[in-house]
Write a protein that binds this ligand. Structure first.
Ligand SMILES: *Cc1c(COP(=O)(O)O)cnc(C)c1O
Length: 431
């Protein structure tokens, strides 16, 4: 007996692709949150992007507020970035030997980011965070690392405990497959909890305190007044290094990231996302004294076949070149307008809007969200319902309560206005 052909009878190209995807890719995706399971629908398959808009394989257009989860601060397919990448590619895609672009990019980052004198590039934020901690442990001769509940620093073994982002989205406290030994040296403290932080720094000999200075992987939960200053003080007093994971906040909340915005300077900084302008690039950096402990000057080993890749470096340089003071004022104004408008649009639906330049979260909560526990108390069912309504009307929000919106410089007043109309209709639908 011959089997009936069913695949070709599916309604849309997205559905057909998804049916094939789940046969060859776990969950049909290469990174979990893309699957949209948390909002109870199937993923959309992207055909292309242009500015703030995404077009799926069925021809639907969306105003995109995911923007690849942060890298695309200029929007999709920015002509200057494309030109830089094409030009770089024509000269060869990778050499495994130094290029001028890497020097320019390192110099530009060091000019912008107050605490970074030197840096080492990697291909992903995960690698950069992992390597920064190796360096911190080597420099202090200690092993324990303090992290905050709900923070995400990539899928590094030791940092997956009570992590934000995809783990929060899937309600996973940690991941199987992580050896107990890897997390034995991780101390977890609630974000914005002064007493717990002070106690932990007195109790443990810490190599590092690692924090997202503007945590955005449990939704955006800004630091309370004085909390970053306290991190700096406790790290210095206890002999730990302060590591800021600015993979999201770097080059987004201000030209030099959260450390420039707040004036609190870490010992090591982890960067990524915007740094690669939409291609795979990340880095970690700090003082010369610390960074020169890395091989080949020092003996802390760290390496990467594609680190400082010429295409990624070209995209990063082209992106940073667009990010002048004016750009940040515009991004601030766009985010502000979205935040105010979404608050109004919510009507009787209880929401809390957290925002800073280039980042925003609509928490479905009755009270302001100050930590991971509060984020977890949000009405995720209602958030899911709202997201499905937004998508049906052509606005693409992060498909998880525990992620931030990433408005870009390509979102103009008209996109904001359309977004707010759609948001109001979606809120009315679920009220
Ligand atoms: C995205 C992210 C990472 C991990 O970066 P990848 O490039 O996805 O490995 C690390 N830290 C923070 C704060 C992030 O948002």
């Amino acid at each position: 007996m011959r089997r009936a052909v069913t695949v070709s009878l599916r309604d849309t190209r997205s559905e057909e692709l998804y049916a094939r995807a789940v046969r060859y890719l776990p969950g049909g995706v290469n990174s979990p949150v893309r699957a949209m399971r948390a909002i109870g629908r199937d993923p959309l398959f992207v055909e292309r992007g242009k500015g703030p808009e995404l077009i799926d394989v069925d021809g639907n257009t969306y105003i995109d507020y995911v923007c690849s989860w942060g890298p695309l601060i200029l929007g999709h397919a920015h002509p200057v970035v494309l030109e830089a990448v094409v030009e770089a590619a024509a000269g060869g895609t990778t050499f495994g030997a130094p290029t001028a672009g890497e020097v320019h990019l390192a110099q530009e980052v060091s000019r912008r980011v107050p605490s970074v004198e030197m840096l080492r590039m990697t291909s992903s934020g995960t690698e950069a965070a992992m390597s920064a901690l190796r360096l911190a442990r080597a420099a202090t001769g200690r092993e324990k690392v303090l992290k905050f509940a709900g923070a995400y620093h990539g899928h590094v073994d030791g940092l997956l405990a009570q992590a934000g982002s995809g783990l929060a989205t899937a309600s996973l406290p940690s991941s199987p497959g992580v050896p107990a030994a890897a997390t034995a040296n991780t101390v977890i403290v609630p974000w914005n909890d002064v007493d717990a932080l002070v106690r932990a720094t007195e109790e443990h000999e810490l190599a590092a305190i690692i924090a997202e200075p503007y945590p955005a992987n449990m939704g955006l939960v800004p630091p309370c007044e004085g909390f970053l200053e306290l991190l700096r003080e406790r790290a210095s007093a206890s002999g730990a290094l302060l590591v800021f994971d600015e993979v999201i906040s770097g080059f987004r909340v201000a030209p030099g990231g959260a450390q420039e915005l707040t004036g609190v300077l870490p010992d090591l900084t982890v960067m990524g996302k915007v740094l690669g302008g939409g291609l795979p690039a990340a880095a970690f950096g700090g003082s010369r004294a610390l960074m020169e402990q890395l091989a080949p000057v020092g003996d802390v080993y760290q390496a990467g076949t594609l680190s400082g890749n010429p295409l990624a470096v070209a995209a990063g340089l082209a992106t940073l070149a667009q990010l002048d003071e004016q750009a940040y004022l515009r991004l601030h104004a766009t985010t502000h307008a979205l935040a105010d408008g979404l608050r109004d649009a919510a009507g009787s639906v209880p929401v809390q809007i957290a925002w800073t330049t280039g980042l925003l979260t609509v928490f479905f909560a009755d009270e302001p969200v100050r930590d991971y526990a509060a984020a977890q108390r949000c009405d995720v069912e209602r958030y899911a319902l709202w997201c499905r309504q937004l998508l049906a009307r052509g606005v693409y929000p992060p498909p998880s309560q525990f992620e931030a919106w990433f408005p870009s410089l390509s979102h103009d007043a008209e996109h904001v206005e359309r977004t707010l109309e759609v948001a109001a209709a979606a809120f009315a639908e679920i009220a």
